[in-house]
Design a protein around this ligand. Sequence first.
Ligand SMILES: Cc1cc2nc3c(=O)[nH]c(=O)nc-3n(C[C@H](O)[C@H](O)[C@H](O)COP(=O)(O)OP(=O)(O)OC[C@H]3O[C@@H](n4cnc5c(N)ncnc54)[C@H](O)[C@@H]3O)c2cc1C
Length: 364
Amino acid sequence: MRRTAALIAGGGPAGSAAAIRLAHNGARPLLIERTRETGDALCGGFLSWRTLQSLELLGLSADALGGHAVSRVRVFAEGRATEAHLPAPAIGLSRRRLDSLMLAAAARAGAGIERGTSISSAAAGSVALADGADIACDSLFLATGKHDCRGLPRPRPATDDPALGLRLRLPASPQLAKRVGDAIELHLFRGGYAGLVLQEDGSGNLCLAVRKSLLTESGGDAWHLLKTLASASPAFAGRMACADSSATINAIGSVPYGWRATAGVAGLFRLGDQAAVIPSLAGEGMGIAIASGMRSADAWLKQGPAAAIAFQRDLARRTAAPVRLASWLRNAAETRWSRRMAPALIGHMPRLLAWVAHHTRIES
Ligand SMILES: Cc1cc2nc3c(=O)[nH]c(=O)nc-3n(C[C@H](O)[C@H](O)[C@H](O)COP(=O)(O)OP(=O)(O)OC[C@H]3O[C@@H](n4cnc5c(N)ncnc54)[C@H](O)[C@@H]3O)c2cc1C
C-alpha cells in the first residue's frame, strides 16, 4: 500500500489552497482530484475582496486571476431595485479559470497531483480509490466540497424542502455588458434568489439557489422555472433575453446550507464545504474554502496530524458568525415583507450593507 504524510481529497479551492500552502512550506502533499480536466463547477463565481486577499497570500494576485471587475451590488425584489457600492473591489471569475490557476500553482509549488481517479471511500488514516488501490496517510485533508465521501458523510439537513443550485451561462453580448456592468446582481423572489455576475470573458454566470418545491411547481423543468421568474420581473426578463435557449442548465441537489463541522478527529482536517456551508447569497463559500485550506496547512505544519482537533474547533468558531448571519439573511429573504424592505434599506442605509458584507466574511 502506498503511504503519504498528507493526502488531500479534492482539487477545488479548499484542496488546492491547502496543497499550495503545504508545498510552499516544504511539505510534499499528494492531492487526488477525480476529474481529468478542470470543468466549470456550479458556483456563482463571485470572488469577494476577502477571498482576493487570501488568494494574494497564496501568490495569486487579482491581476493574475484576470477576472471581471465588480464594484457594486444591485438588488431586485418585488418590483423594486437599488444598488450600492461594495466595501472593496471584487471580481467575477469562472470556476474553470480559478480551479485551473490554483491547481497549476499547487503543482508548481511541488505538490503531487493525481487526476482522473476518485476516492471511493475514506477514513482518518486511509483512502480507497475507485481503481481499487488504497493509500495510507498520516493526515487526510477532506476537500471533496459538495460531494460527500463514503465513510465520512455530512449529516443531511432535516428538511423536506432542501436547497438546490442551478446555473445557466449567458453568452457575452453588448446588451448583457450594458445591463450588468460592474455589478453583482441579486434577484430575490419567493423560494430563493438568482445571482448574476460577468466573468473574465464577458459571459454571464446566472446562478440560482432555490427551494426544491419551487422547481417542483415548474414540473421539475428548470427552463420553465426561469421563464416563470422572468414573467414576474421585467428586470429578470431583461437578463433572460440575453440567454441562449438551447443552453444547458446545470443543477446540484440538497445543498446543506448552514452546516458546520464542530468536532474534529486527529489526522482528519475537514476543509471548505466539508467544514462549513455558508448560504451562497453571501458570496463567501470560496473565501471560507481557501481560508480553511490555508489554516489547516499552517496547523499541520506546526503540529502534524494532532493539530486537526484544535483546527476544526477553531474553524467552527471562525465560521459561526458569518454562517449564522448569512443563514438569517437567507431566511429573511423568504418573507415577502423582507423582500419588499430590502431595496429601500440598502438604498437608505449603505452602512448597513457594509456591516453585513463585513460580517459575512471569514478572516483571510
Ligand atoms: C448555487 C451556488 C452559488 C454559489 N456562489 C458562490 C459565489 O458566488 N461565491 C462564493 O465564494 N461561493 C459561492 N458558492 C459556494 C462555493 O461554490 C463553495 O463554497 C466552494 O466551491 C467550496 O469549495 P471546495 O473546495 O470546498 O469544494 P468544491 O469546489 O466542490 O471542490 C471539490 C473538488 O473535489 C473533487 N472531488 C469531489 N469528490 C471527490 C472524490 N470522491 N475524489 C476525488 N475528488 C473529488 C471535485 O471534483 C472538486 O474538484 C456557491 C454555491 C452554490 C451552491
